[in-house]
Design a protein around this ligand. Structure first.
Ligand SMILES: Nc1nc2c(ncn2[C@@H]2O[C@H](COP(=O)(O)OP(=O)(O)O)[C@@H](O)[C@H]2O)c(=O)[nH]1
Ligand SMILES: [Mg+2]
Length: 206
């Protein structure tokens, strides 16, 4: 048992410590519809034990949450996922996965604040669940990349078909990933960071 008495200083576990060279920390949000793999991605890529508030879905919520297309899902993120990954010795990303269900959307207020960029996870079997989040990101002016989470029975889409179905500007990167694989999730984050560095123009101070 962990003692929480006031005279106990809790040392972070070794893997939870940041290298002393870390000099930039940025906030990245992971968004997308219910069951697209947000919790899976944060879990696979995080180097700290991710803080996840996942609860078993109860009978009571089955009428409330729209589980069409994700009938096998038995756990759901109540508040949000939180994780951390150091991309190199200086750059640390803090990942915030959003809750998918509509009844938790009040938690979105302020979520995009200070976010440098976002990953929109997409399930090609249920593209329509992505429309709303993409609209919200555009409204909040948060640059994003699209990560298609490759589910085995999903029909394949050509990138340009997907771009037009999601009505995305030409420069928005679209990548395919497997959110369960650490390397794959990490690649998505690297794509986002490159996009932010090379394509997204930060306005000159006037
Ligand atoms: N086949 C496959 N299944 C996945 C992948 N990512 C997530 N899943 C599964 O899809 C379900 C929903 O994922 P979850 O991360 O909870 O979705 P969230 O609601 O967006 O947080 C879980 O049962 C995952 O194991 C993937 O890349 N491939
Ligand atoms: Mg989740």
């Amino acid at each position: 048992m962990v003692s929480r008495s006031s005279d106990t200083v809790m040392e972070p576990a070794r893997e939870d410590r940041l290298p002393s060279s870390a000099s930039s920390a940025v906030k990245i949000v992971i968004v997308g519809g219910f069951g697209v793999g947000k919790t899976t991605l944060v879990r696979s890529v995080s180097e700290i034990r991710p803080l996840t508030t996942e609860e078993t879905m109860t009978e009571a919520s089955t009428d409330v949450d729209d589980v069409s297309g994700v009938e096998r899902k038995t756990a759901t993120t109540v508040a949000m996922d939180f994780g951390r990954i150091s991309l190199n010795e200086e750059l640390v990303l803090y990942l915030f996965g959003t809750p998918g269900q509509q009844r938790f959307w009040f938690l979105w207020n302020g979520l995009f604040e200070g976010a440098l960029g976002a990953i929109v996870l997409v399930d090609t079997r249920r593209l329509e669940v992505s429309f709303d989040v993409i609209g919200r990101l555009e409204e909040a002016d948060v640059p994003f990349v699209i990560a298609v989470n490759a589910f085995p029975d999903a029909s394949s889409y050509r990138t340009e078909e997907l771009r037009s179905a999601l009505d995305l500007p030409e420069q928005v990167p679209i990548v395919v990933c497997d959110a369960r694989q650490r390397a794959s999730s990490r690649d998505v984050l690297i794509t986002l960071m490159r996009y932010l560095r090379d394509v997204v123009q930060t306005p000159e101070p006037s």
